[in-house]
Design a protein around this ligand. Structure first.
Ligand code: AMP
Ligand code: FE
Ligand code: FE
Ligand code: ZN
Length: 296
């Protein structure tokens, strides 16, 4: 049965409650989903509980505890002749969501997100597009605030047509209202995930121009896998990634990066899935890091 290993809830920038996501996963006939919210694990217990209480034992979708960390690095953009910040997202699977150091790090990242959202609103204000801070927090529904929430606030106020246009005109990296976050390196993200007893997988490499070099570099940091099946990877990227996964013995994963239709209109839950055996491979890597941590 198909499994979708990249799913967001309203604990971060997804549209739906964890319970609603689980119900949708079941409707789509998925046997497992990984909840991979940005910088928070708060949606996971509710999703696990919903799966356990809403369905008979053999119909319960399995909920895999995950995370999506935002790292960043600066690359020289030949085309533009200048340096640009590139987002590098790292997925973590089978993390121990109770690990205190891990939760401390996530809580710092979320504080940073709040400060950065305030800075973005100041920039938008200067551009003649004031937004209401309280309304933004309402849109974020108490979750980790991200640019997609600000994009929704911009659309709601009529400054833009929709979320993609808000990114295109104002919020994209280097855009007029862009503000960078506290820097976490891709290596740092891998290491945080390992410390939390999880397996680290490079998310949507298709969004990263230099992904081949990056994957090669992250092997020595202990990267465990690459996300091959994702709406952001075209056929060419997928073929390249398969070669890289073979060469470096990486786990090949996949997922839809579902956020709900209000956030990413074209993306449906379960339309991108992971190959057979991916879950077991991730779990076995996670088990290895867990026992490594325990023996220290
Ligand atoms: P943040 O974590 O606040 O930096 O926001 C990054 C998130 O914004 C990504 O995970 C995507 O979900 C979303 N995003 C980034 N670029 C775009 C875009 N051009 N259009 C729509 N959503 C985007
Ligand atoms: Fe997102
Ligand atoms: Fe991402
Ligand atoms: Zn995602």
């Amino acid at each position: 049965m198909p499994v979708d290993l990249h799913v967001h809830t309203n604990a971060s920038d997804g549209q739906y409650l964890p319970e609603e996501v689980v119900a949708r996963a079941r409707l789509q006939g998925l046997s497992a989903i990984a909840i991979t919210d940005h910088d928070t694990t708060d949606g996971i217990p509710a999703a696990q509980k919903a799966a356990a209480v809403s369905f008979p034992p053999f119909e319960q979708p399995r909920i895999i505890p995950g995370i999506e960390l935002s790292a960043e690095e600066t690359v020289f953009d030949d085309g533009k002749g200048r340096e640009t910040a590139v987002d590098v997202h790292m997925l973590g699977y089978f993390i121990n969501i109770k690990a205190p150091e891990f939760q401390n790090a996530l809580s710092r990242f979320r504080d940073d997100r709040l400060m950065r959202a305030q800075a973005i609103l100041r920039k938008l204000d200067a551009l003649g597009m004031p937004l209401d801070w309280k309304r933004l927090l309402e849109i974020a529904q108490g979750g980790a605030v991200g640019r997609p929430h600000i994009a929704r606030a911009l659309a709601e106020s009529g400054y833009v047509e929709n979320v993609p246009q808000a990114f295109e005109l104002y919020l994209r990296n280097g855009g007029p209202a862009y503000v960078a976050r506290e820097r976490l390196s891709p290596e740092g993200a891998v290491s945080l995930i390992h410390q939390a007893g999880g397996a680290a997988v490079l998310a949507h490499p298709g969004y990263i121009h230099h992904y081949s070099d990056l994957v090669a570099r992250l092997i020595s940091a202990g990267l465990d896998g690459v996300e091959i099946w994702h709406p952001g990877n075209n056929e060419h990227v997928r073929a390249n990634l398969k070669v890289l996964a073979q060469r470096y013995n990486l786990i090949a994963t996949g997922g839809s990066d579902y956020h709900g239709e209000a956030v990413k209109p074209a993306i449906r839950l379960g339309f991108f899935t992971a190959p057979e055996g991916a879950i077991e491979a991730l779990q076995s890597q996670a088990h290895f890091y867990r026992s490594l941590n325990d023996s220290q």
